[in-house]
Ligand binder design. Structure first.
Ligand code: GLN
Length: 550
């Protein structure tokens, strides 16, 4: 029988609901349970694919090409299971389905209403995730109780307890317990109000997780227990942590997984916890011996959530080489005109991540040039690979006008172009290449050495490609196209063998890095950065000496 945990949030947004849900997922998985997760988002976009990453954070891409909320990235990193587009439902997708059904006449002349039609559709989405064979499904509800848009979701999860059976559902509510400096006290009133709001919608939480900057005292827990009508063991203190990877351990110490299992009738003796593998990760996080400075040159650097998976991937690779990685966010538009390029030269490694649109492109090209010429380790991700190709064409192939046709249709050297343009067809409407695609790597290349195999699969999200017409010219000048699609037509990886680390991929490797299994390409970058930081002569890293798992 599949069990369901619904995680709601109150008082304020950005309390870390996704991380709390993910940490619970990790704890339940550490008890030998099969866990999966999903997110219900109350906004009207059908999916986050069209949302500005500068406002909403990154778009997380699943293997099946779903463009999903960034919380799915936390889920995958914590529970280490590959999710699908089914794991992200938005109000927009629910309504568009219901309206499509209405147009088809599926409702047989009925008046179509929020209850039951919208709520049934939401419950159907949850059921679909439940049917995928997990012991426990953790469902995070985006937004905050009290929001207008959240009401149909709260109503659906209320009904779900009746549908799934009382013992199969657990409601976890996350709130904020603020500390008021003038009175020197932590306050429970916002928690009480938020629980009252939830109750007014028919849900009595089973567990209350209290976010705070200082631990909640037993006295305060008793008060919350009394006023919100939950057992004292079900009041969980979740203090701010130095690293997000500390959260599972803290929540376990506070008894979160125990109370959730008890609520769901999961026998704790049958499912003892084994936190040893996770503790090994945490140990590495806190026992680093060096600090590396990795620059990320992008368009949305004032909103680091826009590059959340890239940042986490850098950290994972750092843990593996015993380094704390300090990420320096560089605004592409200001490179190198305003930011002294000396700042780039002082970095141990540089990443140009994915992106769309022209803003900042010349700054990214300048950064790639500095990395190439100054022997600074560089990883180009999707747009970042296209940038290194344009830079190489302009400054090594002498194609001074080289560009991607995304930014210049008039260029005489379209080294990056839509597939359609490369094949001289007139329909220029490029469709996005989305989701997992296989690639074949060249035997003996840097990337094949790092992956430890020549057949890989990575997730994609882009329209433009390396223009195969220029391949021979690039290779003659020393840029190796080290991986292609299985039919050999699309260039997926490029590298400069004569550089400490100058590697680009058309894919998004950041979606597959895990805290205990750093992604090989990030490990390659961070290892080369560590070499540079040690002040040794830059040398070509020996891929076989890097201990990476794919
Ligand atoms: N804008 C580029 C393209 O569409 C790169 C996209 C990306 O970096 N995800 O091909």
């Amino acid at each position: 029988m599949t069990k369901f945990v619904f995680v709601t949030g109150g008082v304020s947004s950005s309390l870390g609901k996704g991380l709390t849900a993910s940490s619970l997922g990790r704890l339940l998985k550490s008890r030998g349970l099969k866990v999966t997760m999903c997110k219900l988002d109350p906004y009207l976009n059908v999916d986050p694919g069209t949302m500005n990453p500068g406002e909403h954070g990154e778009v997380y891409v699943t293997d099946d090409g779903g463009e999903t909320d960034l919380d799915l990235g936390h889920y995958e990193r914590f529970i280490d299971e590959s999710l699908t587009r089914t794991s992200n439902t938005t109000t927009g997708s629910v309504y568009s389905n219901v309206i499509a059904k209405e147009r088809r006449g599926d409702y047989l002349g009925k008046t179509v209403q929020v209850i039951p039609h919208i709520t049934d559709e939401i419950k159907e989405r949850i059921r679909r995730v439940g049917a995928m064979g997990a012991d426990v499904v953790i469902v995070e509800i985006g937004g905050t109780v009290g929001d207008i848009e959240i009401v149909p979701f709260i109503e659906s999860i209320r009904q779900y307890r009746r549908d799934a059976g009382r013992g199969n559902v657990c409601y976890v509510h996350l709130t904020l317990v603020p500390y008021l400096a003038p009175s020197g006290e932590q306050k429970t009133k916002p928690t009480q109000h938020s629980v009252t709001e939830l109750r007014s919608r028919g849900i009595q939480p089973d567990v209350i997780v209290c976010r705070s900057d200082q631990p909640i005292s037993d006295g305060l827990k008793r008060k919350i227990s009394l006023l919100c009508d939950v057992p004292i063991q079900a009041v969980v203190s979740a203090v701010d942590e130095a690293s997000i990877y500390d959260i599972p351990t803290t929540l376990h110490r506070e008894g979160l997984d125990t109370i959730v299992c008890q609520t769901l009738g999961i026998d704790l003796d049958e499912h003892p916890i084994d936190l040893a593998p996770w503790n090994a990760v945490v140990h590495r996080v806190h026992n680093t011996t060096k600090t590396l400075r990795i620059g990320v040159v992008g368009k949305y650097v004032t909103m680091p959530d826009a590059y959340l998976s890239v940042a986490e991937s850098i950290r994972h690779a750092g843990f593996a080489v015993g380094a704390t990685t300090k990420i320096e966010w560089l605004e592409a538009e200001r490179v190198p005109t305003e930011i002294d390029s000396d700042r780039l030269r002082q970095l141990d490694g540089i990443i140009v991540p994915g992106g769309f649109g022209e803003r900042g492109i010349e700054g990214m090209i300048a950064a790639a040039r500095i990395a190439r010429e100054q022997q600074i380790p560089y990883l180009g991700i999707c747009l970042g690979m296209q940038i290194m190709v344009v830079e190489f064409a302009r400054h090594r192939l002498g194609l001074s006008d080289a560009h991607s046709t995304e930014f210049s249709l008039a260029t005489t050297a379209p080294v990056i172009a839509l597939m359609a343009e490369q094949m001289d067809v007139t329909d220029l409407g490029g469709t996005m290449r989305l989701g997992a695609c296989p690639a074949m790597l060249d035997e003996g290349s840097i990337v094949a050495g790092l992956y430890g195999t020549t057949v890989v699969s990575e997730r994609h999200r882009h329209r433009y490609e390396f223009n195969a017409r220029y391949r021979a010219q690039f290779e003659a000048a020393g840029m190796r196209c080290s991986g292609t699609s299985p039919d050999g037509r699309l260039v997926e990886f490029v590298e400069l063998p004569e550089h400490p680390y100058f590697v680009g991929t058309q894919a998004h490797p950041e979606f597959k890095s895990r805290p205990d299994r750093p992604h090989p390409l990030f490990l390659g970058l961070v290892s080369a950065a560590a070499t540079r930081a040690e002040g040794r002569e830059p040398h070509i890293i020996d891929p076989t000496s890097v201990d990476a798992a794919t």
